[in-house]
Design a protein around this ligand. Structure first.
Ligand code: CTP
Length: 437
């Protein structure tokens, strides 16, 4: 019996795939089809499959050509599979010509001509063309525009940021309402004090919103915007890129799973020493506060009993804080964050538990790695994950998917967004604050 194996993603199965499977089957008597897992696809840079692994497997099964289906989960698995299953022929489309010659050591390698004129990427692009406009300007807009290029079906098509648009080669809109007229969604990066009005205008015009944190500067305004989005069937998503990094998401789950015992403290530090070249007034509270607060709120929840700000202002009139430390007391834990734009510290995240702790090295907010450490060092574990584009790319994928599916997918709950807005508001009101000079 001649055994044949082929691998692929098979997202939105099309006739190119079917023809490939048909010809692969004819090469022998028994066809094994390897379908890539979502995690493996991520490590290969394929991040926006429209269908889940189960749906893709089901579609391959329904073609009737596969005698057996395996999931491809790791680099090097092909060699393992070929040896384990006694495969005689490995085959893929000619778009991979030469790439798998190394498998010739284990079995025969055949490249079948690729069907012209069709691909999953093309179908995804045709199906979902989300035009995103940018409202406002910050230092990382360039990164956002670049990362959006990796996401099929998303097109950053305009900007409204008087005086700055030439920096990014985008067609500038003459007013915010003009921009809203030309796009399906906006990425709001205006100054934090403008977020409420900019989001409200976008939602009123029927546009979806991805907003750089914080969504608003009071919890009341934040709730109002979320209700407005819900009533109109629109997506309002808070953009904290770290929330979309796999390492971060996994460490939150790990902390909650009891692996380090009961969590007694979450301590996060985010600082930068940088000149604001965009001329806007993102203070440390708005620039770093939401990111630093994220693990506190996502691990311990939003129900803290009390908090105290310790702030050194560089200019109190403009609310510009050089350095702020916030201490939180929860019913059975404590937390602290340190944020700064004019002071520097080690940007680590430490989650302390009764059995061990999670350590994320600096800069923790864009890490692909963390450690779980115990008293007995032999039990220590290191966890590595792929991180593309500091999380921005995944954030755009999740946003585009939420728009397409009309909901779901967001990883920052409305309650966390509201609490972040409430803390920003207390900061502005100098509530629970001790200042020093
Ligand atoms: N294939 C083919 N003809 C096409 C598209 C794909 O023969 N028009 C083959 C590929 O060469 C591969 C298999 O089908 O052997 C699975 O391909 P996959 O990467 O899942 O599909 P693509 O449509 O190429 O996906 P993408 O656009 O995301 O790269």
């Amino acid at each position: 019996m001649i055994k044949v194996i082929t691998y692929g993603t098979y997202d939105m199965l099309h006739y190119g795939h079917i023809r490939l499977l048909q010809r692969a089957k004819l090469l022998g008597d028994y066809l094994v089809v390897g379908v890539t897992s979502d995690d493996y696809d991520k490590t290969r840079g394929k991040i926006n499959n429209k269908q889940s692994l189960m749906e893709r497997i089901e579609a391959v099964r329904n073609t009737g050509y596969a005698d057996e289906i395996v999931v491809e989960e790791y680099e090097g698995q092909k060699i393992d599979d070929i040896k384990r299953m006694g495969i005689d022929i490995f085959t893929v489309g000619s778009d991979w010509e030469g790439y798998f010659d190394y498998l010739g050591e284990y079995c025969k390698v055949i490249y079948l001509p690729r069907t012209e004129g069709i691909s999953s990427s093309q179908i995804r692009t045709e199906k979902r063309k989300l035009r995103i406009g940018i409202a406002g300007v910050t230092s990382f807009i360039g990164k956002f525009i670049n990362e959006a290029k990796f996401v099929n079906g998303v097109n950053v098509s305009g900007i409204y940021a008087p005086g700055h648009e030439e920096l990014y080669g985008l067609s500038p809109a003459s007013s915010y309402s003009d921009l809203l007229g030309e796009v399906d969604a906006v990425y709001v990066v205006s100054e934090p004090r403008r977020h409420y009005q900019d989001i409200k205008a976008a939602l009123s015009a029927g546009r979806h919103v991805l907003c750089e944190s914080p969504v608003a500067l009071s919890s009341g305004e934040c709730s109002e915007l979320f209700s407005m989005a819900r009533e109109r069937g629109l997506i309002l998503m808070e953009g904290i890129k770290t929330a979309y990094s796999t390492a971060y998401a996994r460490l939150v789950l790990l902390a909650k799973s009891g692996k380090i015992g009961h969590v007694v403290s979450v301590d996060s530090v985010c600082t930068s020493l940088e000149e604001d070249t965009t001329g806007t007034s993102w203070n440390a509270m708005c620039k770093w506060g939401p990111t630093a607060l994220l693990p506190v709120m996502q691990i311990l929840g939003t129900g803290y009993r009390s908090k105290t700000f310790f702030t050194k202002f560089s200019d109190e009139r403009t609310n510009s804080d050089a350095f702020t430390k916030i201490d939180f007391v929860y019913p059975s834990a404590v937390a602290s964050i340190k944020i700064a734009r004019a002071a520097k510290s080690e940007g680590t995240l430490i989650v302390s538990g009764t059995k061990g702790y999670i350590y994320v090295p600096a800069p923790w907010w864009k890490t692909d790695y963390f450690e779980v450490r115990y008293e007995n060092q032999e039990r220590n574990n290191r966890y590595f994950y792929q991180l593309e584009g500091e999380g921005i790319r995944y954030e755009i994928v999740v946003f585009a998917k939420s728009v397409e599916l009309a909901g779901g997918g967001g990883v920052i709950s409305e309650e966390v967004s509201r609490t972040i807005a409430e803390i920003a508001s207390d900061f502005n009101d100098r509530k629970d604050m001790v200042t020093f000079s």
